[in-house]
Design a protein around this ligand. Structure first.
Ligand code: PEP
Ligand code: MG
Length: 580
């Protein structure tokens, strides 16, 4: 039994079989056969190893298709195809015959050559990890190492990985992935955000969990404590199973208890609307079940991340209508495409930008790529004819940029007028406050939009110059930093003055420690993920007096730094009920 500590990013607890998504490659030094007569033997060894890997890949793909995701299964079928390719095999055999390589070195040197070719091509370079994966499998066979990844798919699968890109996460069918444990990824990385939106327990920043797990063994992921236990002993298994049952029971009770109650402070002075963050319409049923009043942030980019072609207006419309129908009159805020930086779209190769977080991302990218932006706006407008739809622009830096986006929206409306297509002419337009410039300029922005939503995940990153996905600086990523809070306050005051609603949709909204503070800062709504946090946050709000919350906010805003701010929040939380 081996207990590993990481950062909890999505609550809940799961015991399952580990499924290792490996990324390390095995290094083989230059190695030659000493006698020509060995060549045939090496070729046979290699042929057998490759045949076995092909079989392994097909059987693996079959299990994945059945248990996890058809999309991921196809990756492994493609890998098998490469190994079955005659010209590829010929190249390897020639390495042995002509260059006198050992089977292992023939594989390594051929793969090196292919990597170089792939790296020269913008599109193929993103496929280099596939070559590494294939190389590792064949070498494992040749070296007699155990294959680890077939074992773990019978029960609940706990995905153990180095780092996951958001598009990998997006393509995973979370129906079978019960929890996530990764070496890297900071607590506000998109991997963490998405895991939490799907409501699967996740612990990130575990350092080298991938080297400790072989695949197939039992593993506990405690996303509440940030703990991972590899090969738990029988006693621990029983303890965790009992805890799992208790947690499920108390969760059910809490949901029942809170469902019909309003999310208002104890003195009835502040009523917050509690809505949900979703990544796709798939997440909606769970959010509604936990009592969400609507959707405060629909991260529409998943349609791009999960696809190998640009979605059309029809693709968008189809997805949005699935959400609108399920919501049945409840509101939904559709955020326009927020990609690049760490959210690369499936059709794009790696970015060449040196500082992608300061580069052509999000709204900036959309304004430069109208053939991507306009079909999405048209689909949002179309959907607005069928429900309570709003549109929201991410990463707005100021009024001129907002106006530019507004002009594009108006252009799409005119095109739709000409085509006789219906839309809501009063479609509310919101602005995400996630750049310091937007918070500082919130008074001007508030004059030009219908609502604000404060995106603290990015606001913290850009205010404190701390990469939200970098675990080395995760300790500096402080939602409670008074500078961040002052920016939130500025946005809230500007919204109040202009008479528009202001919500908050970053991870901070779902963290009970910050609830009294956010109530005191005067937010009108909180958009939460994971859905399980909703009844907890509601219970918290219902236990707070608005005047106390205001006093707390005033004190925290004046704290000398995040350390003191946190102390004040912890002290305040001691007088509040414990939320499970
Ligand atoms: C945010 O930045 O707070 C936010 C909600 O958006 P995302 O996490 O998708 O960047
Ligand atoms: Mg953001």
């Amino acid at each position: 039994m081996d207990i590993q500590k990481g950062k909890p990013v999505s609550t809940g607890m799961v015991i399952g079989k580990a499924f290792l998504l490996e990324s390390e490659s095995i290094r083989i030094p230059a190695n030659y056969i000493t006698d020509e007569s060995y060549a045939q033997r090496e070729i046979e060894r290699l042929r057998t190893a490759m045949d076995e890997v092909v079989e392994e890949l097909h059987s693996f793909a079959g299990k994945l298709r059945e248990k996890t995701s058809a999309k991921i299964a196809e990756i492994f079928v493609a890998h098998a195809g490469m190994l079955e390719d005659d010209s590829f095999r010929k190249e390897l055999y020639e390495g042995i015959e002509k260059e006198k390589y050992t089977a292992e070195f023939a594989v390594t040197s051929a793969m090196r050559r292919w990597r170089e070719i792939f790296n020269e091509n913008d599109f193929l370079s993103s496929r280099v990890p596939d070559l590494n994966d294939l190389e590792r499998r064949v070498l494992r066979r040749l070296l007699g190492h155990e294959s680890e990844d077939l074992a773990g798919l019978q029960d609940e699968v706990v995905l153990v990985a180095g780092d996951l890109t958001p598009s990998q996460i997006a393509s995973i069918d979370t129906g079978e992935i019960k929890a996530l444990a990764t070496d890297g990824n900071g607590p506000a990385s998109h991997t963490a955000v998405i895991a939490s939106a799907y409501g699967i327990p996740a612990v990130v920043g575990l350092g080298d969990i991938t080297s400790k797990v072989a695949g197939g063994e039992s593993i506990v992921v405690d996303g509440t404590r940030g703990e991972v236990i590899i090969d738990p002993d029988p006693e621990t298994c029983v303890r965790y199973s009992n805890r799992h049952r208790e947690l499920e029971e108390s969760e059910r009770t809490l949901v029942e208890e809170m469902r019909e109650l309003p999310s208002e402070t104890q003195d009835g002075r502040q009523v917050l609307s509690l809505v949900a963050n979703i990544e796709s319409p798939n997440g909606l049923a769970k959010a509604l079940q936990y009592g969400a009043e609507g959707v405060g942030l629909y991260r529409t980019e998943m349609l791009f991340l999960d696809s190998d072609r640009m979605p059309t207006t029809e693709d968008h419309f189809h997805a949005y209508m699935r959400a609108v129908k399920q919501l049945d009159g409840r509101p939904v805020v559709m955020r326009t495409l927020d990609i690049r930086a760490d959210k690369l779209i499936g059709t794009e190769p790696e970015l060449k930008e040196q500082k992608p977080f300061l580069g052509l991302r999000s709204l900036r990218y959309c304004l430069k790529t109208l053939d991507v932006f306009k079909p999405q706006l048209r689909a949002i407008l179309r959907a607005s004819a069928f429900g309570e739809v709003s549109v929201m622009f991410p990463l707005v830096s100021g009024v001129e940029e907002l106006e530019e986006a507004g002009d594009v929206l108006d252009g799409v409306k005119s095109e739709m007028d000409e085509a006789g297509e219906d839309y809501d002419p009063n479609l509310p337009v919101g602005v995400m406050i996630e750049l310091p410039s937007a918070a500082i300029g919130a008074d001007a922005l508030a004059e030009h939009c219908d609502f604000f939503s404060i995106g603290t995940n990015d606001l913290i990153q850009y205010t404190l110059a701390v990469d939200r996905a970098n675990e080395d600086v995760a300790g500096l990523y402080s939602p409670e930093h008074p500078a961040v809070l002052r920016l939130i306050k500025m946005a809230v005051e500007a919204a109040e003055k202009a008479g528009i609603p202001v919500g908050l949709c970053g991870v901070m909204a779902s963290t009970p420690l910050y609830t009294p503070l956010l109530v005191g800062l005067g937010l009108d709504s909180l958009s939460l993920a994971p859905p399980q946090s909703l009844p907890r946050i509601k219970k918290m709000i219902r236990s707070i007096k608005f005047s106390d919350a205001q006093q707390l906010a005033a004190r925290v805003l004046e704290a000398r730094g995040p350390g003191r701010a946190r102390e004040l929040l912890m002290e305040a939380s001691e007088s509040l009920p414990e939320v499970p």
